[in-house]
Design a protein around this ligand. Structure first.
Ligand SMILES: [Fe+2]
Length: 163
């Protein structure tokens, strides 16, 4: 059976959602890190912030490679960043929130990759190139989940939802 091509607009939208997602997580974690974190949470949150920034840059590079306007996506990320309003969590809430973000990101990238593996790209670019960018990002989200779970497993303050 032949695979249906994925329309440009769908691929564009999926990558834009990923970009907004990474930008929101980056902003949340930056806020936690600046206001509440302490060791060993500080290190994990710092690494997560850096990882989000890298993922955002990889997504913008990919969008540009696919022929979508780089500048408008840099602006999109800046707009999301400037309008994002923060909550005021405690340290454990920050980690729990980050765990939820990493799980949600992992599920999101998994679903996008499933969608891409069931289709062919209708544009000029190689769909394999998109998968090559998104697959490592998905694996890094999974790694983030495992790192935070490892902290919870040695912490006295395990959130009730993870007992
Ligand atoms: Fe990410």
């Amino acid at each position: 059976m032949e695979k249906e091509p994925i329309p440009d607009r769908e691929l564009h939208r999926l990558l834009q959602v990923a970009l907004v997602f990474e930008t929101i997580i980056e902003n949340r974690v930056q806020h936690y890190h600046e206001n509440h974190a302490s060791e060993p949470e500080t290190q994990v949150l710092k690494e997560t912030q850096e990882e989000c920034r890298e993922h955002r840059e990889r997504l913008i590079d990919l969008l540009e490679t696919l022929g979508f306007c780089r500048e408008s996506h840099v602006e999109l990320a800046a707009t999301v960043s400037s309008r994002y309003s923060h909550c005021d969590p405690t340290e454990v809430e920050a980690l729990r929130d980050q765990l939820a973000s990493e799980i949600a990101a992992y599920i999101f990238y998994s679903r996008v990759l499933q969608r891409l593996s069931s289709t062919e790209y209708g544009g000029d670019a190689d769909l394999g190139e998109v998968i090559d960018v998104l697959e490592p990002i998905k694996e890094e989200e999974k790694q983030g989940v495992m790192e935070i779970l490892a902290i919870f497993s040695t912490s006295q303050s395990v959130p009730a939802s993870l007992d």
